[in-house]
Design a protein around this ligand. Structure first.
Ligand SMILES: [Zn+2]
Length: 414
């Protein structure tokens, strides 16, 4: 059993410093991918990795990668998470896993523990949704899930991702060829806040994730006709905004039809945006989530049909694209068992979990066995300034991460 404890003060200081790297014009903590603050956040994480004794580099997709060489070389255990946030987000989502992984490296070095495996720490680029319809972009690039169509995606101003990446120091061509060689990666672990209420409600300290939700993102574009709001009778309008509004309601009713399923239309835009003008264009962006891949496909089919009907009955045209289609990820059984054993060894209460949030771990799962360790979120709040996990709840998660690494490495001494 490991009796090594994470150091509260330095974790707290680093968390506090990262929180200062925020867009001060936005509410809460805002470090969106492709922003200056995000570059500063990843730079800070890289400086901590260097101080911890890691050899670091930034790959072609902006992922910061640090390596602590093992005794045997060759085989690798990977840990990671992200430092970008949503607009008006919190201080813990992603950041807990990044700082927690770096703390594990320091604890190993300070206690003269040399792993057999190389320990690879990754700060993934752009985990949260960007303006181009993508999330988990860095982990997708590492696993070879990006191509020229990714670069050609546009934001609401018509700018392409290829045009936006260089501002973050990322060359679009290198972005396409930044796949990581996972041949020798024997496991990937991500420590994360739960972002939901289950652990707090059940009184468990550690969540052991068994399934990560599937996510289908869509973008529906409606084209009608711009007209005068006072002189154009209802019967002759082609109101793109109304077709979009009907689609938002269809997302809600489809999502209500499943078990543990969710549907959200988080963005809607009308053009021109004026109170006395019938909308010519409207765009709805949203998503479905759930633990069942066949339900997600059926939901996509039903929404495509419903959006088409909302458009047809108003003489509006509709195009829908599904920008991401990630199947639910069942996490590998041996690794979840190892996390459970590690938590038990440390005397921590634990609970099996379904993750309704998507994570880089879900993308990396295509390449190696993956495990996720959750710690409680106060009131289940996340993606908002109120997001909070007390250090007393974070530190046990770091201990479980360390203990799991030791067990996976096979170097545990009883
Ligand atoms: Zn996250």
């Amino acid at each position: 059993m490991s009796t090594i404890s994470p150091v509260r003060e330095r974790f707290d200081a680093e968390l506090t410093h990262l929180a200062t790297l925020t867009d001060s014009t936005r509410p809460g903590w805002t470090r969106r991918a492709l922003s200056e603050e995000d570059i500063a956040g990843r730079d800070f994480a890289r400086s901590l990795m260097r101080q911890a004794g890691l050899t670091t580099r930034v790959d072609g997709a902006g992922n910061v990668i640090g390596v602590l060489p093992g005794r045997l070389g060759g085989r690798q255990i990977m840990l990671g998470s992200h430092t970008d946030t949503v607009d008006g987000g919190g201080r813990f989502d992603g950041i807990t896993g990044v700082l927690g992984a770096i703390e594990v490296v320091r604890l190993l070095r300070e206690n003269d523990i040399r792993l057999d495996h190389d320990l690879v720490i990754v700060v993934f680029f752009n985990e949260e949704p960007n303006d181009f319809g993508f999330f988990c972009l860095g982990s997708r690039a590492m696993t070879g899930l990006v191509d020229r169509s990714t670069l050609a995606a546009t934001d609401s101003t018509g700018r392409t991702l290829a045009q936006a990446l260089p501002d973050s120091g990322i060359d679009p061509e290198e972005f396409l060829t930044s796949g990581f060689d996972f041949t020798n990666v024997t496991a990937f672990l991500e420590l994360h806040i739960e972002q939901g209420p289950e652990l707090e409600r059940g009184g468990a300290q550690i969540g052991v994730v068994e399934t990560i939700t599937g996510i289908n993102h869509f973008r529906a574009l409606f084209t009608g006709r711009q007209d005068h709001a006072g002189t154009t009778s209802m019967s002759v309008r082609a109101d793109a905004g109304c077709a979009a509004a009907g689609t938002v309601l269809a997302v809600e009713s489809i999502a209500e039809s499943g078990t543990n399923t969710r549907g959200t239309s988080g963005q809607i835009r009308f053009t021109p945006e004026a109170v006395n003008v019938v909308s010519e264009n409207a765009v709805v962006e949203g998503e479905f989530r759930g633990p069942d891949g066949s339900w997600l496909h059926e939901a996509a089919r039903r929404l495509t049909e419903a959006a088409g009907q909302e458009a047809d009955r108003r003489g509006v045209t509709m195009e829908i694209e599904w920008t991401t289609d990630d199947a639910p990820v069942p996490l590998n059984q041996p690794i979840t068992a190892t996390i459970t054993e590690a938590a038990a060894e440390l005397g921590l209460s634990r609970s099996r979990m379904f993750s309704g949030a998507g994570h880089d771990a879900g993308i990396i799962a295509a390449k190696t066995q993956v495990g996720m360790i959750f710690v409680p979120s106060v009131d289940g709040r996340s993606h908002c300034p109120e997001e909070f996990t007390a250090l007393d709840d974070v530190l046990p998660g770091i201990s479980v991460l360390l203990e799991t690494v030791l067990r996976l490495d096979g170097s545990l001494r009883h």
